[in-house]
Write a protein that binds this ligand. Structure first.
Ligand code: NAD
Ligand code: UDP
Ligand code: UDP
Length: 319
């Protein structure tokens, strides 16, 4: 009988919000999983339950430094993702995106591993095309407060495509749109976590600007399914970039009203200044994902928000 070898998968940023769900799903699918994280925004609690599995391993490591391991596939998620977190140390944010990508690509090149980059809808900046298709090159401010993240992620995409062209690496680039769900950090300042916490605590709901800006919110389980399909179900020469997100578009005011309804909270709505370079509209065109990997989100905003609210209730009760 031939010796069966499970796939060993490296997830950088594996102790974060998306990373922990991805590790969980990869383990369920029978893989060996190596989670690498420096715990800048991630937490051990997100992955503690996975340590029961003999197929799961954690390594504390900063991806801006070289990493020598032997794996079959790499999901590169290491990077703070919320504006509050990535603006805390913007130079480090760019280093994580750029040096981190170089190191993970160098690793993938040496061990001939397939590598997926968690890119972002922020590469489109404040878009002039709506909804955003992958062909759109974006409208990004190179010198603003969001630039460390946006330009860092754009440069990482450039590196992925150059390693592909120059060294023949098998790459997959996912452009992820706003995603939410259990294990979002409570202090990340993102709109979903802020509104739920404010509603549960009976504090005012803070809408930035007039609340007419739009976002599309994808539940984490749907997103993880899309990432794994992109890695597994596309031919070797298919690189992306591929938009992954929920095309349902909501104003921030609508989101606030939905959170109030689902929590039954009496919190009042208050208005605060709109942050600089805050995009007015964002909605993915996911026709490429539909036609290539047969993927589209299945979880409605109401249902996803209910699950997220339950998590926040339990989590805040435990601290
Ligand atoms: P997160 O902050 O919860 O996770 C990021 C993880 O990376 C954390 O565990 C953090 O500790 C780790 N990390 C940061 N810098 C590191 C470094 N130098 N070395 C090693 N680990 C490091 O954020 P998330 O929402 O889970 O995002 C994961 C990835 O997905 C990020 O790359 C982000 O840009 C991308 N993304 C997320 C969203 C979203 O809506 N959540 C949208 C678009 C793109
Ligand atoms: N690298 C790594 N792990 C490896 C191989 C390479 O972290 O297994 C890092 C290495 O430190 C280097 C980077 O990846 O800085 C890019 O590697 P590459 O081979 O592309 O370039 P070079 O070594 O020529 O700079
Ligand atoms: N936002 C808001 N109140 C908050 C937090 C965010 O109105 O308490 C707005 C923010 O200005 C933006 C949208 O919600 O227009 C989404 O913000 P988030 O930080 O979640 O993500 P991103 O701007 O990166 O899409």
């Amino acid at each position: 009988m031939p010796l069966m070898k499970e796939k060993t998968v490296l997830v950088t940023g594996g102790a974060g919000f998306l990373g922990s769900h991805l590790c969980e799903r990869l383990l369920e699918q029978g893989n060996e999983v190596l989670c690498v994280d420096n715990y800048f925004t991630g937490r051990k609690q997100n992955i503690l339950h996975l340590l029961e599995s003999p197929h799961f391993e954690i390594l504390r490591h900063d991806v801006t430094f070289p990493l020598y391991v032997e794996v079959d596939e790499i999901y590169n998620l290491a990077c703070p993702a919320s504006p509050v977190h990535y603006q805390f140390d913007p130079v480090q944010t760019t280093k994580t995106s750029v040096h981190g990508a170089i190191n993970m690509l160098g690793l993938a090149k040496r061990i001939k591993a397939k590598i997926l980059q968690a890119s972002t809808s922020e590469v489109y900046g404040d878009p002039e095309m709506h909804p955003q298709r992958e062909e759109y090159w974006g409208n990004v401010n190179p010198i603003g407060p969001r630039s460390c993240y946006d330009e860092g992620k754009r440069c990482a995409e450039t590196l992925f495509f150059d390693y592909h062209r120059q060294h023949g690496l098998e790459i997959k680039v996912a452009r992820i749109f706003n995603t939410y769900g259990p294990r979002m950090a409570l202090d990340d300042g993102r709109v979903v976590s802020n509104f739920i916490l404010q509603a549960l605590r009976g504090e005012p709901i803070t809408i930035y600007g007039e609340g007419q800006q739009t976002r599309s919110f994808c539940y984490v389980d749907d997103l993880v399914e899309g990432m794994i399909r992109l890695m597994n179900d596309t031919p070797g020469d298919f690189t992306g970039p591929m938009n992954l997100g929920n095309p349902g578009e909501f104003t921030i005011m609508e989101l606030a009203e939905t959170v109030l309804e689902l929590t039954g909270s009496k919190s009042e709505i208050v208005f605060r200044p709109l942050p600089e370079n805050d995009p007015m509209q964002r909605k993915p065109d996911i026709s490429l994902a539909k036609s290539t990997i047969g993927w589209e989100p299945t979880i409605r905003l109401h249902d996803g928000l209910r699950k997220t609210i339950e998590y926040f209730k339990a989590f805040t009760a435990s601290i």
